[in-house]
Design a protein around this ligand. Structure first.
Ligand code: CO
Length: 134
């Protein structure tokens, strides 16, 4: 069911500082910041040869990463995103297998304009999983 790793996401308390360290210290190519109010985050993508790293900063009240940053004040790995060919088929399979899909269970449009879903970390070794329809 799983395709390639689309990205690994890191929650950060200060996006400008994180961008500077990836761009200036690590020498990576970093995209422009993109506000995603529907997801409560501002994101940039660090473009790598084989995948991307997504840096996430909270946006607005009740951001889903606020509690994470309270527990991890200097930031930390927040989720991993795997590609699937059909997100509705993947969801139906996972729900049937007893996995918990977060939110309403209906795909939302993610940062790349493609449908995404999140799976409960307690069902997957303590790691929040994002599925993106490739
Ligand atoms: Co993501």
């Amino acid at each position: 069911m799983l395709g390639r790793v689309n990205h690994v996401a890191i929650a950060v308390p200060d996006l400008a500082a994180a961008v500077a360290s990836y761009r200036d210290t690590l020498g990576a190519t970093v995209s422009a910041a993109q506000a995603l109010p529907e997801h409560g985050v501002t994101v940039v993508f660090v473009e790598l040869a084989n995948t991307k790293v997504e840096l996430l900063e909270p946006l607005g009240e009740g951001s889903p990463i606020t509690a994470f940053l309270e527990k991890n004040p200097s930031g930390g790995m927040h989720h991993i995103c795997y590609e699937v060919s059909n997100i509705v088929d993947a969801r139906d399979h996972l729900v049937q297998a007893g996995a918990r899909v977060l939110g309403t269970g209906e795909p939302k449009t993610g940062a790349h304009g493609k449908p995404v879903l999140f799976l409960h970390p307690k069902d997957f070794s303590g790691t929040l999983i994002e599925l993106e329809q490739a």
